[in-house]
Design a protein around this ligand. Structure first.
Ligand code: ADP
Length: 149
């Protein structure tokens, strides 16, 4: 049976921290589905176009890597995972606040679905990289290319 993991996130934007988690998880799984979560109730035509653009950007990062797929989803991550035959959720942890949040998510997701969460600890040199930091710098005219794959 294939070992399939879903790597869910907002990926707004997808950073070198996210890429690192996916690359390091590749030996652990037969397939990794990067799943860009979006809120269906808030989606507008521009929102959908933006979502599709972000999916395309992530696909381009992993072009030529047959184990990786990129999709968007709304609703619960465990429902998306089950509908794709995935038994694992992959997440990254940078610090204790990530850990506290991830532990709660992992517990509830295991309880409602039996799906196990695999946490990879961020590389020391990438532990400070976050999507919100990249957005903040970008909105203020700084070059964010060092943080984007
Ligand atoms: P969410 O909004 O679901 O937290 P994010 O896109 O912010 O989604 O992050 C997706 C996952 O990637 C989370 O598990 C987060 O902890 C992890 N992550 C984000 N940045 C890094 C990084 N620099 N190193 C390792 N993991 C990271």
């Amino acid at each position: 049976m294939d070992r399939i993991a879903v790597f869910p996130g907002s990926f707004n934007p997808f950073t070198i921290g996210h890429r690192s988690i996916v690359e390091r998880a590749l030996p652990l799984f037969d397939r990794i589905i990067i799943a860009l979560g979006f809120n269906e109730s808030k989606s507008s035509a521009t929102g959908m176009a933006e979502r599709d653009r972000r999916v395309e950007v992530i696909r381009n990062v992993f072009i030529g890597e047959p184990k990786i797929e990129v999709e968007s989803y709304s609703g619960l991550t465990v429902d998306f995972a089950r509908s794709h035959g995935a038994s694992f959720i992959l997440r990254g942890v940078r610090d204790v606040s990530d850990f506290e949040a991830e532990r709660k998510l992992a517990d509830i997701n295991r309880e409602i679905s039996g799906i196990e969460t695999v946490l990879l600890v961020a590389l020391p040199e990438l532990g400070y990289v976050s999507s919100s930091m990249v957005r903040e710098l970008g909105n203020n005219g700084y070059d964010v290319s060092p943080y984007l794959p």
